[in-house]
Design a protein around this ligand. Sequence first.
Ligand code: ZN
Ligand code: ZN
Length: 397
Amino acid sequence: MKLVEPIISFQSELQQIRRDLHAHPELSYEEVRTSDVVAAKLTEWGIPVVRGLGVTGVVGIIRNGTSNRAIGLRADMDALPMQEVNTFPHASRHPGKMHACGHDGHTAMLLGAAYHLARQRDFDGTVYLVFQPAEEGGAGARKMIEDGLFERFPMEAIYGMHNWPGYAAGTMNVCTGPMMASSNEFHVTVKGKGAHAAQPHKGIDPVMVAVQIAQAWQTIITRNKSPLDTAVLSITQIHAGSATNVIPDTAELVGTVRTFTTPVLDLFERRMKALADGIAAGFDAEVDFQFKRNYPPLVNHEKETQFAVEVMKAVVGADKVDANVEPTMGAEDFAFFLQQKPGCYIFIGNGDGDHRTGGHGLGPCVLHNGSYDFNDNLLPVGASFWVRLVETALPLR
Ligand SMILES: [Zn+2]
Ligand SMILES: [Zn+2]
């Protein structure tokens, strides 16, 4: 590892910042204290800030030299509505809220880079530090774009980073092209006609229709989609009825579809509706079909990814870089940024949890688990990567 020396000496302060954020988790668009902390630190280090993009978002601006080139670095700030089971001193002080996705760590790593970049200034151009709200379902990235992020802060590329449990601590993992899936949800109600369960011929049983639809949808994966395309359709809820002897009026199917491309997603939405409508019509039932597209697929751009891989190798060593990591069907709203600007999103390994020395829950150290904790050993690694990325992308002449 070739970390940035002054950042190594700054590690204990970064850890304090990270653990303070961890103890005070805030949900999407409620990151008031968190954005106050971010803005206060940036201001303390002489970095101008603009607040309020995406409600609670913060943009820090570090300019140096004469070049009008600029890049953006992004960290997300929000926590999850879930109970932490860890009992160490920095565990959440807000019941039912927890930094279980490590966004406390992402914020601290970007602050670490900001601290060094503002002091050292070994680059020519502008760095925009994008502290984003509401990654966890609130599409904070899209909100910042709608609030004019790229018009007010024109940048040629944007980069993001997420910790990833299961990959060895401090490894950096990425791939070109689709790395995370689109995330979409469906809510489908089959409208039949209730009846006495002993007299089904007097009604239209929506349960039977819903079951046929559920089965038929899986054929979209095997019979309609190309075998070379990746997609998953999971029905996660089926709701109907309230008694053993009553055929209900309606039955509901709820779930998620994940794909790596928009054309495949279009295919799913179209075929799911056609099958639901057609099957329902065959049984004299009706269907209310709701399909909602949440996050688009996250697609890394080739040039920026290759560039980031070279910087990773320089920072953590080639043996700790996987430039062909297996994509995941998880989703991430950084995808909205990559639809607008070239860039790259990176997984930094969070290890298998043995950084948790005590006071942690018995569950695994994985994302969205009550026993999770961000690995503080990554703070100087991630911050050093950001610094070298900037210095390499915007070199002094
Ligand atoms: Zn998450
Ligand atoms: Zn996350």
